[in-house]
Design a protein around this ligand. Structure first.
Ligand code: TYD
Length: 218
């Protein structure tokens, strides 16, 4: 079966934990609908399909802290392959915009750089599984590691009565590696066309910066 022709536009919002990605993804989706008059399909990673949400529970369970980087990578890729097949590819074929809260660059960074697998195997897997379905633009919302960490633990204290998830439990040195990984991978365009934006400004200003970049690919 030949895949349906791609007509829509695919934007991924990336960055370290606590950078404000989810807020920005929501604001961007609303703006694309309003100003570009496209229907927007929002997805989040890991998850976004029934299979993917089950995989997400396993990945984020603090009881499974001993999971090795390869297992993690393959689970993230499994969730992503399902999301591409079930949601993203059909949406693009129908001419919709897709806004994804995280995508391939997260695996390149968290499993590839920070998990010491290196970026290449991650990109090889992606090429094999969904190379025809990469973002037209990946936006990295960048914040210093310490700031991201404190923002996301504050948010979780509110939401979960104090429990850190598995990623947060790894601490500041890990968060520094993650941030450096995002900057390097985006500069080298490892997951395709990418821009890095400063996420420390008020949300409205960051949203303007994102819009400035996104409108060029619409
Ligand atoms: P996140 O978007 O932060 O979810 P939430 O806002 O609900 O906490 O994603 C959860 C974690 O998953 C995050 O710390 C990064 C990690 N992650 C990877 O390690 N690799 C990946 O490929 C993806 C998509 C996420």
């Amino acid at each position: 079966m030949t895949p349906a022709k791609r007509r829509g536009v695919f934007i991924a919002i990336e960055g370290p934990d606590g950078a404000g990605k989810s807020t920005q993804a929501a604001m961007l989706a609303e703006r694309i609908e309003r100003e570009a008059r496209l229907r927007v399909v929002r997805v989040r990673e890991p998850g976004g399909t029934p299979t993917g949400e089950r995989v997400r529970e396993v990945l984020l369970d603090p009881k499974l802290a001993a999971m090795c980087p390869w297992t993690e990578l393959l689970l993230y890729m499994a969730s992503r392959a399902q999301l591409v097949e079930e949601v993203i590819r059909p949406a693009l074929a129908a001419g919709h915009a897709v806004v994804s809260d995280r995508f391939l660059l997260s695996s390149v960074v968290y499993q590839g750089y920070a998990g010491a697998i290196g970026p290449r195997p991650v990109l090889t897997l992606a090429r094999a599984a969904f190379k025809d379905c990469l973002p037209d633009l990946t936006v990295v919302v960048d914040v210093p590691a310490a700031e991201g960490l404190s923002r996301s633990s504050r948010r979780r204290r509110g939401a979960r009565g104090g429990k850190a998830d598995r990623v947060e439990a790894k601490g500041l040195a890990y968060a520094e590696k993650v941030r450096a990984g995002f900057l390097d991978a985006a500069k080298r365009r490892l997951a395709g066309r990418s821009v890095i934006l400063d996420g420390r400004a008020p949300a409205g200003e960051v949203a303007e910066d994102i819009w400035h970049e996104v409108r060029r690919v619409l």
